[in-house]
Design a protein around this ligand. Sequence first.
Ligand SMILES: CC(C)(COP(=O)(O)OP(=O)(O)OC[C@H]1O[C@@H](n2cnc3c(N)ncnc32)[C@H](O)[C@@H]1OP(=O)(O)O)[C@@H](O)C(=O)NCCC(=O)NCCS
Length: 169
Amino acid sequence: MIPSYANFGGKIHGGILLSLMDKVAYACASKHAGTYVVTVAVEHVEFLQPVEVGQLVSLLASVNYVGKSSLIVGIRVIAESIKTGVKVHTNTSYFTMVAKDEETNQPTLVPPLLLETREEARRFLEAVKRKELRKMYQNELNNAKTILEVEESLPLLANERCVFSEFER
Ligand SMILES: CC(C)(COP(=O)(O)OP(=O)(O)OC[C@H]1O[C@@H](n2cnc3c(N)ncnc32)[C@H](O)[C@@H]1OP(=O)(O)O)[C@@H](O)C(=O)NCCC(=O)NCCS
């Protein structure tokens, strides 16, 4: 990682890593699909360790799941000190990409995924579970939004770190 990628604190910007991950997800997904792809969703972005200027960053990616036109690419990011050889896992994220037909610009069918190892089968199963959980979470979130009445729900904030000003009428 070069100095121009760093923030004012001297660590690598999270956005630089996300941009690299997006490019790797594109390469991985489009190679499998044989078409161009677009990024639709990114799941689980949580940087566990900072990345330092001078560290060598490796991104390990695999297509974990394919649907009809969508593919989920898992990316593991590892930062390595060139001097000591110590490696740290900074994050693992899941990029949902959708294959598009170049002429119609519509989602297009991707080839099925060949699962050659138990680990590949595990990743596929995990992706299916993750999709289910995301759907449930999204439904819950939508319900919460529709039933949330601000005035009635204010007591829920009793232990939160916020103070009230006058609400606009
Ligand atoms: C994503 C996009 C192709 C979906 O188009 P659509 O006409 O709604 O197509 P569909 O509803 O048939 O969805 C296509 C696939 O995307 C998946 N998908 C759509 N929205 C999704 C989301 N928010 N999260 C995960 N998957 C999603 C669907 O499950 C479906 O998967 P499948 O074919 O494997 O079953 C369209 O919204 C798009 O082009 N978005 C912009 C993407 C982009 O420009 N990315 C770059 C961002 S800068």
